[in-house]
Write a protein that binds this ligand. Structure first.
Ligand code: GCU
Length: 360
């Protein structure tokens, strides 16, 4: 097969981002705004499941506060984010670590596998040194990563076919953290990047797609159901997800097992919803299960949306991306890191570099 990207994309026969459901073509930004609503709707209905309305108010209760954390470089608050639901109050813990050396720092909102901040997936002190605040919450504290309908899942009635799966729940919870961040004057809430790795990269993409308050959306090796295109994908497929973790998605997603080529959407639709904001997709060379090529082609296929806004998406030659040479010129960034599936310090430092260069 050819190595030319335009050929590789043609081969996958992707559904068109710019054709509205009535058959008309997007010719202006106004048309795109309509198309964007259609795309949001189709992704929620067919894949992730519809989320409830945001609560009217979010409260943060401080549990602990350390004014001299990380060698006195930062203020570390342990918070409980609380809000009302149809079945009473719900809350989950969030850590907010703000460097002292910077006035109103930008924030990484990290949707995390683990609750502890000095985690191997999070080079916490280095991010502080680079001038970033971090808001961190553990996805299992929102609702367990099991079939179990605990936590947030128990607080709302859910349509079995179209109601939210767990990725939607975790993404929605990240938006509740954002509800709190926008009330603070100690951080710059116009520069918050939502970030996650693997299943939580899928979550970060969905969160950023639905919530336009984030200035940047970062997917670290999110693979199937995340950045990677489904059509002609290697490694994990929808049928694998539906066999092992069907509860990540809505019930309706089951109907697309083995039917990738007939779907009216693909994952570049999800990526396109981040436009015109900064979007960064990262892959690891040995991550065959996620399929780096399908992640990269998705970023490439979503990029034309940025042109409608007078921006440039991915800046790349018409060829596969070079290893360990990030593409960071455009509003869509990409890198393929050598090594395996991991949220590496190397990945984080690329996001830091991109954010500083683009001031997002
Ligand atoms: C499994 C799953 C992937 C997911 C990954 C992870 O491998 O099949 O879809 O991305 O877990 O979250 O680490």
């Amino acid at each position: 097969m050819s190595h030319v990207l335009s050929e590789k994309i043609k081969f996958r026969k992707l559904p068109d981002l710019f054709t509205l459901s009535d058959g008309s073509k997007v010719a202006s930004l106004e048309d795109w705004e309509r198309r964007r609503e259609e795309i949001r709707e189709v992704l929620l209905r067919e894949e992730y499941g519809f989320m409830p309305e945001a609560p009217a108010e979010v409260r943060a209760v401080t549990q602990e506060r350390d004014e001299g954390a990380f060698a006195n470089k930062a203020v570390w608050a342990k918070l409980q984010i609380c809000f009302d639901t149809p079945k009473g109050e719900f809350s989950f813990p969030v850590d907010l670590i703000v460097p002292k050396a910077v006035a109103k720092p930008p924030v990484f909102l990290h949707i995390a596998f683990r609750p502890d901040v000095p985690d191997s997936y999070l080079p916490m002190e280095e991010l502080l040194d680079q001038g970033f605040a971090v808001a961190n919450f553990c996805y299992n504290d929102v609702t367990a990563d099991t079939l179990d309908e605990s936590g947030l899942a128990s607080m709302y009635d859910r349509d079995p076919l179209y109601g939210w799966g767990k990725i939607s729940m975790w993404a929605w919870a990240a938006s509740r953290v954002m509800d709190y961040l926008v009330t603070l004057d100690t951080v710059d809430s116009s520069r918050v990047a939502v970030v996650g790795h693997s299943r939580l990269g899928k979550t970060a993409l969905l969160c950023g797609a639905m919530d336009e308050r984030f200035s940047m959306v970062i997917s670290n090796e999110s693979g199937c159901g995340g950045a990677a295109l489904n059509r002609w994908k290697g490694g994990e497929r929808i049928k694998d997800l539906e066999q092992v973790v069907p509860y990540w998605f809505c019930g309706q997603f089951q109907n697309h097992v083995d039917g990738e080529n007939e779907m009216s959407f693909d994952q570049h639709f999800l990526l396109a919803l981040s436009a015109p904001r900064a979007l960064y997709i990262a892959s690891a060379q040995l991550d065959d299960w996620a399929d780096p090529l399908s992640e990269f082609l998705s970023a490439y296929a979503a990029s034309p949306v940025y042109t409608l806004y007078g921006k440039i998406g991915l800046v790349t030659k018409d060829e596969l991306p070079p290893l360990d040479q990030p593409l960071q010129e455009g509003t869509v960034g990409y890198h393929m890191r050598s090594g395996s599936h991991f949220f590496s310090r190397t990945d984080w430092l690329q996001y830091v570099q991109y954010r500083k260069a683009h001031n997002v």
